[in-house]
Design a protein around this ligand. Structure first.
Ligand code: NAD
Length: 482
């Protein structure tokens, strides 16, 4: 059946969604278009009353929804896919306006939503194991856990919000989406559209100010927080969640290494490493943030990488051939500049770029590469989340693995080379939730996604992502005691 167009959805007015209804608020805020620094549309700031109403509606919806079958819920996801796909063009335009992404990458984020929904449509209901013993039977069951809150970041505002809604509702839960205040627009619209197919209160959205996230984490009638964001905020979420023993999934920051082994084909690998470092203007949790190259090929590789990075066009979403949009917001723009300043102040060498960030009409920064800074430099130790990346030399593979692992973060890693066994060995030794061999980081619905160490707790996507929204219940029945 062709997707039906529901003309009631406006892409120029935005509200919170509470109990199946649009809800405005006296106080408003707005995002900034990072390409022009001009304000985007007004969005309501959710009040304490909105939070109470949403939590009550979510618990009411959950009581019904948990009694539905997996098949019914999956069929609803299929309907949601049709509904969302009817707005692909509008969603892409909106995403470009709120993030400044190049058009083709924005379109890819929107299309990835369909891939994730397809994945859920094919997912089997998770079943625990059962045992028939002499005196008893044991059935281990996965049961929904109640109301989840999705606390979302601004770098992939649509996909990462949807990636929490789908497993939550498929497993039988209700969910309240809290977008980043920097990028509320696509997430609010996605939830509005979800309300065409899900019952009132099941999928809601609340946007707002700095008080909203903590209010959701503290709320005793919310049972789960699925958080994606920085390590610093994730720690606060985890500490606050302890008060009510909420379940948490934490998808946090990274400082991912890319290791180029001595047998790597430079011409092939340099473009992939550049993509890994600079895709989405480096505003990617799994971007390569430390590049390690064997000393035997260092100069040649660095020259190749610089050549590729130089060719990446920085500009506005609709410009022909643009590869890098602006930094999404002024807070992050200022933060990225501190890495330029620190590099300059310490006299580290720029292989590409100068360390100056000229003012432009948007938050644009050209890709920048630092030539072999020391291991303890800020650019190696911290996550810039912007287009400045260090390349460092190594001589010994065991030593580079140690250096790669010498981080409190452990989100992703990439490794490049020809020797399949060596590549596997290195991948096995890297302390990371995801390792990509001979590719830039490429997440997708089939691969489990999560961090080790301070990069997070739990996993999203794959077949296990659904279990982040389940409790386990063991029912043991004694045979001869009735
Ligand atoms: P952030 O931590 O500043 O904000 C994330 C979300 O948390 C926002 O919605 C924010 O409003 C909310 N928040 C802020 N303080 C809160 C509090 N005290 N309690 C509850 N919620 C609160 O992160 P960001 O700047 O939006 O995103 C960038 C960071 O996210 C980077 O570090 C990046 O690596 C990380 N990230 C991780 C993943 C992953 O899957 N591991 C994916 C994308 C981004």
């Amino acid at each position: 059946m062709a997707p039906s167009r529901l003309d009631t959805v406006s892409f120029t007015s935005f509200t919170n969604i509470v109990n199946g209804e649009s809800r405005s608020s006296k106080t408003k805020y707005h995002g900034i278009d990072p390409t022009s620094k001009q304000p985007n549309w007004d969005v309501p700031v959710a009040t304490a009353e909105d939070v109470e109403d949403a939590v009550a509606a979510a618990n009411k919806a959950f009581a019904e929804w948990k009694t539905t079958t997996w098949e019914y819920r999956t069929e609803r996801i299929a309907r949601f896919k049709e509904a969302l796909e009817a707005y692909q063009e509008e969603m892409t335009d909106l995403l470009l306006k709120e993030t400044g992404k190049p058009r083709n990458f924005g379109a890819t984020e929107v299309q990835s939503c369909s891939k994730f929904m397809e994945w859920h449509m094919g997912l089997k209901e998770p079943k625990g194991e059962s045992y028939d013993l002499d005196d008893r039977t044991i059935v281990n069951k996965f049961v929904p856990l109640g109301v989840a809150a999705a606390i979302c970041p601004w770098n992939f505002p649509l996909l990462l919000s949807l990636g929490k809604v789908l497993p939550a509702v498929q497993m039988g839960n209700a969910i309240i989406v809290k977008p980043s205040p920097f990028t509320p627009y696509t997430a609010l619209k996605m939830v509005e559209i979800a309300n065409q197919v899900f019952p009132p209160g099941l999928v809601q959205a609340l946007g707002g100010d700095d008080k909203l996230g903590p209010a959701l984490v503290d709320h005793p009638d919310i049972h789960k927080i699925s958080f994606t964001g920085s390590i610093a905020t994730g720690k606060k979420v985890m500490a606050a969640a302890a008060k009510t023993v909420k379940r948490v999934t934490l998808e946090m920051g990274g400082n991912d290494p890319a290791i180029v082994l001595p047998d790597a084909d430079i011409a092939k690998v340099a473009p992939m490493v550049a993509m890994g470092a600079f895709f989405n203007t480096s505003q990617v949790c799994i971007a390569s943030k430390r590049i390690y190259v064997h000393s035997s090929m260092y100069d040649e590789f660095l020259a190749a990488l610089v050549n590729v990075a130089k060719s990446l066009k920085v500009g506005a979403s609709n410009e022909e051939g643009v590869m890098l949009g602006p930094i999404q917001n002024s807070m992050q723009y200022e933060k990225v500049k501190t890495f330029f300043k620190d590099t300059k102040d310490h006299g580290y060498k720029f292989a590409l770029g100068s360390g100056d960030v000229p003012e432009t009409k948007g938050f644009f920064i050209e890709p920048t590469i630092i030539d072999n800074p020391p291991e303890d430099s800020m650019i190696v130790q911290e996550e810039p989340f912007g287009p400045i990346v260090p390349v460092q030399k190594y001589d010994d593979i065991e030593d580079v693995i140690k250096r790669a692992n010498n981080s409190k973060a452990g989100l992703g890693a990439t490794v490049f080379g020809k020797d399949a066994q060596k590549l596997q060995e290195v991948a096995d030794k890297l302390e990371a939730g995801s390792v990509w061999i001979n590719s830039f980081p490429a997440a997708g619905p089939q691969a489990q996604f999560g961090g080790v160490k301070e990069s997070g707790i739990g996993t999203e996507f794959g077949t296990l992502g659904i279990l982040a929204y389940a409790n386990v219940k063991a029912i043991t029945t004694f045979k001869n005691n009735s």
